[in-house]
Design a protein around this ligand. Structure first.
Ligand SMILES: [Zn+2]
Length: 289
């Protein structure tokens, strides 16, 4: 097996969505990717990763080091703690893609957002129909709140291997791409494929946090896409989950729930309300949520 594939599989510096994008790029099915490498006790990973990228002929640009925080405790608040540093990597399979990226940055700088979005779609290999829909999305949404978020959630579930927002649940190009990516990952890294596809359910209390919304878009809401924080870690980490419901909760409500984790997202089955945390908030020292 290629050294760099093995490195990606075993590095603790990449989470699953970053591993997925990297493997797709390395397998040659995705032209460019942006990934984040987190450094905690894996101090050698930055150097090793860059050496392996050079060996493989991947063009890359690394950002400066930035700090990252993680939730370490949830009681009357979610407490965050600085855990390490991270680097952002822009990765390109070939020189023309790297050059297009420079054009993209230029377009952003000159505030030509539509052209920039079109260019980004080409750089990262998104289907044309989905790029066009994405560019138009800044206009009014002709769906109710519930319909809008339901569609987004359904698309996440239907296409767990793609890296873009599909134009619709029926998008043929997205379906094709999802299958290609799925089969590619299965082939180049059966180990990651198994890990990524594994489904597990955990009974754990969750705290209702804020609600996803587009300000000014809906006069009346027919549902609520709340964000929940798990009150205990799942596989070593406190999770932040978005979940759509017709029920109404208050920020700080504590719910007994079954959290099912698969691919890069989690779904909830709420059993019952078991309490309330007054003035629930996040305590972060480093960055604001
Ligand atoms: Zn599409």
């Amino acid at each position: 097996m290629e050294k760099i594939i093995k490195f990606v599989e075993n590095s603790s510096g990449f989470d699953n969505s970053n591993k997925l994008r990297l493997l797709l790029l390395l397998a040659g099915v995705k032209p460019s990717a942006y990934v984040q490498l987190r450094i905690t006790n894996n101090l050698h990973d930055k150097h090793d990763f860059e050496e392996l990228l050079k060996e493989k002929g991947i063009i890359f640009e690394a950002s400066k080091a930035k700090g990252f925080e993680e939730i370490v405790k949830v009681d009357s608040a979610a407490h965050w703690k600085l855990k390490g540093t991270w680097y952002g990597y822009d990765l390109f399979s070939t020189k023309p893609y790297a050059e297009r990226f420079l054009e993209y940055v230029q377009l952003l700088k000159s505030k030509k957002h539509e052209l920039a979005d079109m260019m980004a779609g080409i750089i990262y290999g998104y289907p044309k129909c989905c790029i066009e829909k994405f560019v138009k999305q800044h206009q009014k949404i002709n769906k109710s709140y519930y319909q809008h978020f339901k569609e987004l959630n359904d698309m996440d579930k239907a296409f767990p291997f793609i890296c873009h927002t599909p134009c619709s649940l029926k998008c043929k190009a997205t379906k094709k791409l999802n299958n290609l990516y799925k089969n590619t990952v299965k082939k180049v890294s059966p180990k990651f494929f198994k890990e990524y596809s594994k489904k597990s359910t955990h009974r754990v209390p969750v705290v209702v946090d804020i609600e996803n919304d587009i300000p000014g878009m809906w006069k009346k809401k027919d549902g609520h896409d709340y964000i929940y924080v798990t009150k205990a870690p799942i596989n070593g980490k406190y999770l932040i989950i978005s979940w759509l419901t017709k029920a109404v909760f208050k920020r700080g409500d504590v719910l007994d729930a079954d959290v099912t984790v698969q691919y890069d997202f989690a779904s909830l089955k709420i059993r019952k309300s078991i309490g309330h945390i007054k003035n629930f908030h996040h305590e972060r020292h480093f960055t604001k949520l």
